[in-house]
Design a protein around this ligand. Structure first.
Ligand code: SF4
Length: 258
C-alpha cells in the first residue's frame, strides 16, 4: 500500500476541511510510524512496517523548527488557522509533549494569536495527568473513540496491551466536555471477521457513549485513502447522518466528513 509519512517536523500549511489552513507538526519519527494503536485504516500503515525509525525529535529541534517556520510564514503573510499536531503516529507519546505544547502556545500568542492549536490524538495517554492537562490547554483536543464496544475497538484499533476502553471513557468524563470526539465509521472484513460500524448495535452503543461523555462537539468520518487492511469500505454520509440525527436533536454539535 502507499503509506503517507510526514518527512518533516513542521509541514504545510495544508487545507483541512475541518481546521482551515493547517500547519502540521509531527513529533514522531520522520521515516516510520509510532503509535499505541495499530488501526486497520491508518494512513501511515501498520506499526510493524514503520519500526525501522525509532528516532524521536529532540525538544530543542522541535522548538527551533516551529519557531523558524512560523516566523517565515508570518513574514510572507501566510494565513494559518490551526497549528495541528498529527503526523506519523500518536503525538502525545512524545515524552516532552506537555512542554512542547506550552512552547507552541507561547509562539502562537506571539506570532499567530488568531490561530487555534489542535491535537489529533487516540486518547490513550490521557491516563497520564500531565498529558491530559496539556490537551486541556489547547483549543482543539480532538480525541478518538471509534466504538463503545470493546471487541470492536480491539478489531478496529488493535490497541497495545494495557489499554482499557472503560478507563479511557472514565478519564474523558473527567475532562468535562472540553474536547472534540472523533469517530471513524467503516465496514469490512479483517482478521476473519466482518464488522459494520453502522450496525444498530454499534450505532446505539456509540450514541449512548456520546450522551455519557458529552464532548464539546463530535466529528464523524469515514475512510478516505488506501488502508493497510485490504477489505474495508467507506460508509455513506447518509448512514452517518442517520446515526447523528437523534444526537443532533438532543443538541449535540456533529460534523460529518464523507
Ligand atoms: S491512532 Fe491514528 S496514527 Fe495511531 S494507528 Fe490509529 S489512525 Fe494511525
Amino acid at each position: 500500500m502507499s503509506t503517507i509519512l510526514f518527512e518533516q517536523i513542521v509541514f504545510g500549511p495544508i487545507h483541512s476541511r475541518r481546521l482551515g489552513s493547517s500547519l502540521g507538526v509531527n513529533l514522531l519519527p520522520l521515516h516510520g510510524k509510532w503509535c499505541s494503536f495499530d488501526c486497520i485504516y491508518c494512513e501511515c500503515g501498520w506499526n510493524k512496517d514503520g519500526r525501522k525509525d525509532h528516532q524521536l525529535h529532540d525538544v530543542e529541534d522541535i522548538k527551533a523548527a516551529l519557531t523558524t517556520r512560523l516566523k517565515s510564514l508570518k513574514e510572507n503573510g501566510t494565513v494559518i488557522n490551526s497549528i495541528t499536531f498529527s503526523g506519523n503516529g500518536e503525538p502525545t507519546m512524545h515524552p516532552h509533549f506537555p512542554e512542547i505544547i506550552d512552547t507552541t502556545i507561547r509562539l502562537r500568542d506571539e506570532l499567530y494569536p488568531d490561530a487555534k492549536i489542535s491535537v489529533l490524538s487516540n486518547a490513550t495517554q490521557i491516563r497520564n495527568d500531565k498529558v491530559r492537562d496539556a490537551l486541556l490547554r489547547v483549543d482543539n483536543p480532538i480525541l478518538k473513540i471509534d466504538s463503545a464496544i470493546e471487541d470492536i475497538v480491539n478489531w478496529i484499533n488493535k490497541p497495545q496491551p494495557g489499554y482499557s476502553l472503560s478507563e479511557t471513557i472514565e478519564r474523558l468524563k473527567q475532562m468535562s466536555g472540553k474536547y472534540i470526539l472523533q469517530t471513524m465509521f467503516l465496514k469490512g472484513s479483517n482478521d476473519g471477521r466482518y464488522v459494520d460500524c453502522t450496525s444498530e448495535e454499534n450505532a446505539k452503543a456509540w450514541q449512548d457513549l456520546v450522551r455519557e461523555i458529552r464532548p464539546r462537539s463530535v466529528m464523524m468520518y469515514t475512510i478516505d485513502r488506501e488502508t493497510p487492511a485490504k477489505d474495508l469500505q467507506k460508509v455513506t454520509v447518509e448512514e452517518m447522518e442517520k446515526i447523528a440525527a437523534p444526537l443532533r436533536a438532543e443538541g449535540f454539535e456533529i460534523q460529518i466528513r464523507g
